[in-house]
Ligand binder design. Structure first.
Ligand code: ZN
Length: 236
C-alpha cells in the first residue's frame, strides 16, 4: 500500500455528487488532510472586518466582505483570492508531512493553472490522483433541491434512496434541516451553471497536462461510490 502522507487525491464533480461525503470517508481511511474550500473560505469570512483584505496570487488586494457576499449569492469567489487561500494551506500541510485530499477544488481553470504547479512541486506529479464523480444534470438538480444538513454539526446529508426517509443526523442524532441560501432553487441553478462553465474546463486542463482523470459513477449508494473510488486509486 502506498504511503498516503505523500499523496494527493483530488475529487471533482458537480454539486450534489457526494464529494464532501466521499472526502470525509477517504480522508479518514487514508489519513489524508481533507481540504474543504468552503470551510477554508467560511473560516476566512467568519471574522472578516470592514475593509479587511487579503493578497491574491495576482498580487492584488481582495476585500473579504466583498468575497463573502459573492459566496453567499452562489457566485464563485475571485479566483486569485481563493487560490491564495488554498496554496497557503497546501504549503502549510506539506510542511507538516501530510497528504492531501481536495474536494470540489480547483473550481476554475485559473485556480487549476495556479494550484496544480504548487501541488506538483510539493508532492510530485506521480503522486497526484484525480477522480471525477459523474452525475447527470437531472440527478444533480434533484439531489441539490433535497439536500439537508444537521442542526448540531452541519453534517451534510446527501439525498439518496438510503437517506430520503432520515429525519435525524446519523452521526449525532440532531435534526436535519434545509440549508438557507445555498439551497434555494435559483442559487442551485447558478451553482450548477458555474460548475459547467467554470469548473468542468479544469478537468480538460488536467488531462491536457498529462494527468489521468478517473471517472466514477456518482449515481450509486455512498458505499458503492466509495468502493469504486478505492478501485480507481488502485488500493482494492
Ligand atoms: Zn450531524
Amino acid at each position: 500500500m502506498k504511503a498516503f502522507n505523500t499523496q494527493v487525491v483530488i475529487l471533482m464533480g458537480p454539486p450534489g455528487a457526494g464529494k464532501g461525503t466521499q472526502a470525509e470517508l477517504l480522508s479518514e481511511k487514508l489519513n489524508l488532510s481533507y481540504i474543504e474550500t468552503a470551510k477554508l473560505l467560511e473560516a476566512k469570512f467568519w471574522n472578516a472586518k470592514v475593509n479587511e483584505s487579503m493578497e491574491g496570487v495576482d498580487g492584488n488586494a481582495y476585500d473579504l466582505l466583498h468575497e463573502k457576499n459573492l459566496w453567499a449569492t452562489g457566485i464563485l469567489c475571485s479566483p486569485p483570492f481563493v487560490t491564495a487561500v488554498l496554496n497557503e494551506k497546501f504549503r502549510e500541510l506539506h510542511k507538516e508531512g501530510k497528504g492531501l485530499l481536495l474536494a470540489g477544488s480547483p473550481r476554475t481553470l485559473y485556480e487549476g493553472e495556479k494550484e496544480l504547479p504548487v501541488l506538483e512541486e510539493l508532492y510530485g506529479k506521480e503522486n497526484i490522483h484525480i477522480i471525477l464523480l459523474e452525475l447527470s444534470e437531472e440527478q444533480t438538480l434533484y439531489r441539490n433541491s433535497h439536500r439537508r444538513i444537521c442542526e448540531l454539526m452541519r453534517h451534510p446529508v446527501l439525498y439518496t434512496k438510503e437517506t430520503e426517509n432520515l429525519t435525524i443526523c446519523p452521526l449525532d442524532g440532531s435534526k436535519l434541516l434545509r440549508r438557507e441560501g445555498l439551497d434555494d432553487s435559483e442559487t442551485i441553478k447558478v451553482r450548477i451553471k458555474e460548475y459547467q462553465e467554470r469548473t468542468l474546463p479544469v478537468v480538460s486542463y488536467f488531462e491536457q497536462s498529462g494527468f489521468e482523470v478517473q471517472k466514477v459513477n456518482a449515481d450509486q449508494s455512498v458505499a458503492d461510490v466509495f468502493s469504486d473510488i478505492f478501485k480507481a486509486l488502485n488500493l482494492a
